[in-house]
Design a protein around this ligand. Sequence first.
Ligand code: HEM
Length: 408
Amino acid sequence: MGSLNPFKWQGSNKVYSLPWLKNRLEYSADPERIAEYAKTPFTRSRFVMTMLTQFHLSRHSIVVSEDDHAMWLKRVSRSHMPTDEAVPQMAIALMTRLFPPPDPGEQEQSFHLSDRLIRELYRTMLGNVMQVEVLKPLEDYITHTKFPHGSRPMVLEGVMYSFRLGLPFLRPIRYFFDSLFFKEVLYMKRVSAKLEQMVYDFTIPKPDSWFSTLAALRESGKITKAQFRGEITSMLVSSFSLASALGSALLCLAARPQYQKKIHDDPAFARYFVMEVLRLYPPFRQFGYQQTTTDKDAHHQGGFAHEFMIPVFQLHRNSNIWKNPKKFYPERFLDPDAAKGFKYLPFGMGKRSCPGRNFSMSLIVQALRFVCSDESPVMLVKRDSLPRGKSGRLVSFALDDTITYCGK
Ligand code: HEM
């Protein structure tokens, strides 16, 4: 019977401990359990790093680096993030490119948000975060490239990881299956490698920019050429998470136009609106950690499995901790304690949490405020329903992402 019962359950949390699993893997959407875990020494899980590199991330980026490297490089990147004063202009430029004036005679215009948003955010990240001037070949490549958001389903990634199918000598087999079933994965890997090369070849860094600082670190030998290029690719992935979040925010706004005036009038409320969007539609549906100690027994101290996964989507919709979790209700964040206590984690937690969180939050808030303002030349056309999230992927985009707008 034991072998027919594939997963072993322990306590209120799921602990997967199949014999063929590389390590015991615990899933928890319980804030108390997460809080307990947060007191222990942990780092980003290998499983998540594997998934991220299978997405289209370079193997040399900060995201998949060891803690020491990530820590100081994160400080460098934080010190180059756009200031709060710079973000509103950036948001206006972004929204203006996203919603060009409808053609003469056209009442309304519709398009699929995610592809266009990824492209425009990529431009924003290059111009304002990496701070480079983009030369024509790169500009043309970005304009004409499609950016699908495909990755393999998470369950499949998990199985591959457990069976160690990531090993280099198995690459041809993976390639074969990807070319049969997951063409987008291969396509995105190609696009990402090409972009990395083109950003390297066809940009001019502004003085004191993030890019020129990275170049100086490269010159002095503090980072390798591969790591320098890896940071370029991490921009690509963060453009995807930001596109997912901003896309969901615009779709929610179109579905709930009654909030437009409040967003226009009250910046604090605009922030609650974005928080609610990230609660219901966290771009990273799950992420995870592992203990940093090398002592094997210590992995299980406090009953923690070797890898600790947080299904953020479930955590944010857990009815034991959220009132009416499925209801889109930004007002819940008027309560200053609403997001406290490890129940709201769209940007992760602890030392490996997202360094782009403040920038991302203010960019989305400012973008929405502009769309709701009198100065905005466009008006979103009401949608009938809130977006539905695409499940089972590493970075989740809205499924039904057609947005319609008209000129004012
Ligand atoms: C709404 C948009 C974004 C969301 C929801 C998001 C979410 C996340 C999450 C969940 C993690 C993993 C946290 C953890 O393991 O604890 C992460 C890591 C990271 N994010 Fe973001 N992110 C966003 C935008 C950005 C942007 C715009 C940047 C860059 C400017 C960025 C840079 C990074 C980096 C470098 C890491 C790795 C940090 C480390 O390894 O220690 N993210 N992000």
